[in-house]
Design a protein around this ligand. Structure first.
Ligand code: ASP
Length: 337
């Protein structure tokens, strides 16, 4: 089943979230009490390590990451190899090979990675290389830079042994041909045209890393880059505090430096859930916010392994693998009207 369709049909799968949601939805509960109830559910949790979370329904990717963590591997290897599963999955039309192209038919990838030391690497507008997240890691580890773009990023990847290949699959080409008939350029809610894979992991040592990889907004303008490769927007990791990753309309995430914001809010004492909610409220409460027409979702984890997720609209979810359970958890969301 396609990930997006699965998400549309998914119901709550986590007891914790189900209880939290029923408290949140209780019409008689004043908002401060609602917040306290949610926070109590999250902050009292004792989380055994290791742990991995990812945006959307990506149980194969979280399973790969957990395999590495269980074997004593570090969080950085886990998030890279977890994301690689989705990059290689041609059926996922939003990441790596098989990603939907820009409006000119070019598949262009954005990705980044960040480790426990605050080191980071990213690639933007990368073409013809499936594993953008691994190129981002090479940028981090084998260059003095943080970000490489376009042809330079591709040439760098080739010199590091990555094999160029055509990323436009028949299915994505067909979808693009259909889109061209009307060529409507309208960044809409997430259901059909974007969903990045963002992954955060804590290893057995309690160290955190994160990664993010995407083909970006489908049928975007040539040259468009979203939030996903921008450190602080699409992803931020602070090994003392926690980490956050974003998905959805990147322009809105960039304008609020969303993932950095979530981590800073956790530093100020908010739970991951509260921090994700506050970051979404910064977007929807802007004067003249057009939030009804786009989606943004955040997932976050703090140093204690407590997790949170929140989005503007429904149908956002995260996959969480912890304590032997690999499950999709439906997110709470802002727009209940
Ligand atoms: N955030 C990505 C972007 O704007 C898209 C997505 O999350 O699917 O490029």
């Amino acid at each position: 089943m396609k990930r997006r369709n699965f998400i549309k049909n998914a119901s709550l799968t986590s007891v914790g979230i189900a209880v939290g949601s029923s408290l949140l939805n209780c019409a008689d509960t004043p908002s401060e009490e609602k917040k306290t109830a949610t926070a109590a559910l999250t902050t009292n949790a004792k989380t055994p390590l290791p742990l991995v979370i990812a945006t959307w329904h990506v149980i194969d990717a979280t399973a790969k990451a957990m395999e590495i963590l269980q074997a004593g591997g570090n969080a950085l290897d886990a998030v890279e190899q977890g994301c690689m599963i989705e990059e290689a999955n041609e059926k996922g039309q939003s990441v790596g090979k098989g990603g939907l192209p820009d409006r000119d038919g070019n598949v262009t990838l954005d990705a980044c990675i960040m480790d426990k030391h605050g080191n980071c690497g990213s690639v933007v507008y990368l073409q013809d290389i499936t594993h953008a997240v691994s190129v981002a890691r090479k940028v981090m580890e084998e260059t003095p830079h943080v970000m490489l773009a376009g042809e330079g990023a591709k040439q760098f990847a080739v010199t590091k042994g990555f094999k160029p290949e055509d990323l436009l699959t028949d299915a994505s080409k067909e979808a693009w041909e259909k889109w061209k008939i009307e060529s409507k350029y309208k960044p809409i809610i997430n259901i059909e045209n974007h969903d990045t894979i963002g992954m955060l992991a804590i290893d057995k040592n309690g160290d955190i890393s994160g990664a993010c990889t995407t083909s970006g907004l489908a049928y975007k303008m040539g040259g468009r880059v979203g939030d996903s490769p921008i450190i602080g927007s699409g992803l931020f990791v602070d090994n003392e505090i926690g980490a956050a990753v974003a998905t959805g309309l990147g322009e809105e995430v960039v304008k609020t430096v969303g993932s950095f914001l979530v981590v800073e809010l956790m530093r100020q004492g908010k739970s991951p859930q509260e921090a994700c909610e506050e970051a979404i409220s910064r977007i929807v409460n802007k004067p003249n916010s057009n939030y009804k027409n786009f989606q943004v979702g955040y997932i976050a984890v703090n140093k204690q392994g407590v997790t949170g997720s929140y989005s503007i609209h429904q149908w956002f979810s995260m996959t969480k693998f912890n304590d032997g359970v690999n499950e999709q958890i439906q997110s709470d969301y802002f727009n209940k009207t």
